[in-house]
Every structure is written in C-alpha cells, then in structure tokens.
Design a protein around this ligand. Structure first.
Ligand code: 13P
Length: 246
C-alpha cells in the first residue's frame, strides 16, 4: 500500500509575511494521514524549516543544480538543500524545461545529484497540448522518464514521479481522472521494467488540482497524490486537497 503524498509547489509566489500566514493556516488545518510537503522558493527555505518545526509538513525546494559545488553563479546544490532540511526537490518541472531549456539529460543529472545527498527528487514529466493532439503523449513521457531510468539505474526506485500535462498547468483544464490514470499506468509499467520497487513508487498527478476534483483523481489506482500549484497558496484549499488524499 503506497502512502499518498501531496506536495504544494509555491512556484515564484510569496513573501515572508504571506508565507508565515500560509504556514500558520496549514498548522491549524493539519495533521493529515497523507504525507504533505511544501516546495518553497530558495530564499524562504531556512525560515520555512523553522516554521515547520514540530509539524508533520515536510520541506522541499523547486530545483537544484546538477553540479556538486563550485563556480556556478546563481545555482543551489542539493547538498545545500539537504543542509537546510529539505526532504524533497522538484526537478524537471515543465516551466524549467520550457523557460530554462532543461533537457531530459539535465533533469536526470539533477535527480542523481539530489539522491546523492539524500534529497528525494520529484521528477516531473508531461506533454504539451500540441503533443497530446498529435497522439504523442506516451512517446513524450516515456522518453522523459527513460533518461532518468538510464541515469539512475538501480536507484530509480528512490524517486517520486509526477505526471503534469503541460496543458493542464495553471489553465483550469484538468486531465480527467481516466486520462491521468491511463498515463500513470503507462509510467508504472515503464518503471516496472526497470525496478522491482515499482509497486511501492509514488506517481503524483499535477495540473489544476483543486478542492473539487482532488478526490476523484486520487481515487485512481495509479495516482498516489498530487503536485499542487495555485491551490497550494491558500491554506483552506490545500487542506481540503490533503484531506482528499487520506
Ligand atoms: P496548478 O495547480 O496551478 O495548475 O500547477 C500545477 C503545477 O505546475 C504544480 O507543479
């Protein structure tokens, strides 16, 4: 039985004051039986770690460097994330693939760097609307996952995978539970061929998950929780979603 996981991806939102309000709201609403984490912008990691002391909500970041350390201005290493108490780091989010031209191989290298420091990478895969309409959904997500499987080899069982159809992110368009489940099943089959741990691995769905659609999505056989953007910025909405994963 896989424990469900709900992760809030705050993206580039927040301020010290807004974060404090959101985190204290979460404290009032929790705890939940699902595992819950928040992935916050780098400057707020340390303060968020303090605010989460004694709470069941885990800390995560939204990206990490593929490099260990050195002259990489502006980069943040996974060792630094581990040092700050991060349990998770998102890698390969479609916004980074699109705006920062991150390749499948770079994403895989980032996942490897995170694992090397005990930070669990949440590896995002997903197709664009044009790719879906061209019937390429499976080909695209399998290609994205294949790079990670190839790079991590026997450690692939340690990651969390997230299916985030690009056309559903921030658009209010959600994949139907059936659409999402069918891609999740494809991904689990691919993991199954690579590791004996595939049945224990969590595959999250992300893309316009809201309080009113979360329960149906999380009820699907291969959907093990969610990666939540906009709805993670309101404590009451995020709490409903976390509860739906109970
Ligand atoms: P939305 O929930 O705002 O669609 O964002 C999803 C997402 O990109 C989470 O990483």
């Amino acid at each position: 039985m896989r424990k469900k996981l709900v992760v809030g991806n705050w993206k580039m939102h927040g301020s010290r004051a807004a974060n404090a309000a959101l985190l204290s709201g979460l404290k009032e609403q929790g705890p939940w039986s699902a595992e819950v984490a928040v992935c916050v912008p780098f400057p707020y990691l340390a303060e968020t770690a303090l605010a989460l002391t004694g709470q069941a909500v885990l800390l995560g970041a939204q990206d990490c460097s593929a490099f260990e350390q050195g002259a990489y201005t502006g980069e943040v290493s996974s060792a630094m994330l581990a040092d700050l108490g991060c349990r998770y780091v998102i890698v390969g989010h479609s916004e980074r693939r699109a705006y920062h031209h991150e390749s499948d191989q770079l994403v895989a290298d980032k996942a490897k760097a995170a694992l090397a420091h005990g930070v669990t990478p949440i590896v995002c895969v997903g197709e664009t609307l044009a790719e879906r309409e061209a019937g390429q959904t499976e080909t695209v997500v399998k290609r994205q996952l294949a790079a990670v499987i190839h790079t991590l080899t026997h450690c692939i069982g340690e990651i969390v995978l997230a299916y985030e159809p690009v056309w559903a992110i921030g658009t209010g368009l959600t994949a139907s539970p059936e659409q999402a489940q069918s891609v999740h099943a494809v991904l689990r089959t691919q993991l199954h061929a690579a590791t004996q741990k595939s049945d224990a691995m969590r595959i999250l769905y992300g893309g316009s998950v809201k309080p009113d659609n979360a329960a149906q999505l999380f009820a699907q056989a291969d959907i093990d929780g969610g990666l939540i953007g906009g709805a993670a910025l309101k404590a009451a909405d995020f709490a409903v979603i976390c509860r739906a994963a109970n």
